[in-house]
Structures are given as C-alpha cells and as structure tokens.
Design a protein. Structure first.
Length: 119
C-alpha cells in the first residue's frame, strides 16, 4: 500500500499547503513535520489585555464586591462566579483602580466575556 501523493500545480508546489514539510523550533529542538489544515487556519494568539478581567468559564455572577473607583490589591476579591455548581471566587490579577464593572449579579456570562476593566 502506498501513501497518497500530493497533487502538484504548475509552479511545482503541492496544492495542499498542509502537506508541505515545515521546520519547527520548540525549546531549542528542531522538528520537521506536516501541519494540519486546522492548525494553519487557527486564530493567532495575542497577549490578553491586563486591564480587562475576562471570564475563564461560562457561569452566573453570584456576588460583586467592587464598584467603579475602588482601589484593589493583587489577589483582592472581585466577584463570585457560579459555574458547574461550584462558586469560584475571582481575585484581582493586578493592583489598580476599577474603571468599570460590566456585569450584574444574577447575569449569565459566556467564556471570554469581559467582566471588569481596570484603569
């Protein structure tokens, strides 16, 4: 049994770019591999905005402990997010002042929704 051959277009390159051998450097190790179509079409990673607190899981806001203008320290309690029958206490990842609280108690939030903004 032979492996399927890539179709070659007039330029001499395979038509399917996922079948091309790519070189990856992972922690100093060099790998030669083929990348999947899903990997090639993924959304590129970008650094999250440190001034926005996003939900990491869908859930319901149970309690909010801060309001705009409040000054919080690192690991200060901000709110409680009820997800999968567990109450998660969400703490501040940075020290700063609350610019706005974009959620209300009892509100359902999706994963990745911005809940609080810092100045």
């Amino acid at each position: 049994m032979t492996a399927p051959k890539d179709r070659i277009n007039p330029s001499g390159k395979p038509e399917n770019p996922s079948h091309e051998i790519k070189t990856l450097n992972v922690l100093g190790e060099i790998y030669h591999t083929r990348l999947t179509r899903k990997f090639l079409s993924r959304k590129p990673w970008k650094k999250p905005d440190e001034k926005q607190l996003m939900s990491f899981i869908p859930g319901t806001i149970c309690s909010i402990f801060v309001k705009p203008g409040d000054v919080v320290d690192v690991n200060g309690k901000l709110l409680i997010l009820d997800a999968m029958k567990m109450q998660n206490v969400i703490c501040s990842p940075v020290a700063g002042t609350i610019r706005s609280v974009l959620v209300k108690e009892g509100e359902k939030v999706k994963k990745g929704a911005v809940m609080i903004e810092f100045k």
